[in-house]
Design a protein. Structure first.
Length: 173
């Protein structure tokens, strides 16, 4: 089963109720929560209704679970078993991804694979050594180097840092 993307960072927050995000698969996505907040206001007893206040909305952050969270708002969930769970207001990343708009996709190109291969060879390492050092397989390293597999940013960071022992620096020109 393919791993579902998660949110890495919120790059911008704009009125009314819009979040711009970067995901683990390299997608830049726009999340417009206007309709959800309007619906919550109509329904009344929904924690999302509190997000109508700009000062509250703009406190959105990314949780340790890589989803959007408002630590300043609490929600209560009653499980089918009757157990009640309380915690900060957070939103399902799968729903956010599905309902968001793609702005840009940083797809893996042969360039990234070639950069990885060059760095590996300069370090005097085999594909197998990089795989062992970073906790993946030689086959996966080969697919990345030949551009036959996508790579998530956090995986690329792990391969460079742990697998090759170098620092990953991204630049925008």
């Amino acid at each position: 089963m393919k791993k579902l993307p998660r949110i890495l960072i919120i790059t911008n927050i704009e009125q009314p109720y819009t979040l711009f995000t970067l995901w683990t698969n390299g997608d830049e996505r726009k999340i417009d929560l206007s309709q959800e907040i309007a619906s919550a206001i109509l329904n009344g007893d929904n924690p999302l209704a509190h997000l109508k206040e700009w000062e509250v909305f703009r406190q959105a952050s990314v949780s340790a679970d890589n989803t959007i969270i408002w630590n300043n708002l609490k929600q209560t969930i009653t499980l089918p078993s009757g157990k009640v769970i309380e915690g900060a207001l957070d939103l399902d990343p799968d729903v956010l991804y599905k309902d968001s708009d793609l702005i840009n996709s940083l797809s893996t190109s042969p360039k990234i694979g070639q950069l990885l291969k060059t760095a590996r060879e300069e370090a005097g390492l085999s594909q197998g050594e990089v795989a062992r050092n970073s906790g993946t397989t030689r086959n996966y390293i080969s697919k990345i180097e030949t551009g036959k597999s996508d790579i998530q940013l956090n995986t690329l960071y792990r391969l460079i840092k742990l697998g090759i022992g170098k620092e990953l620096k991204l630049s925008i020109h």
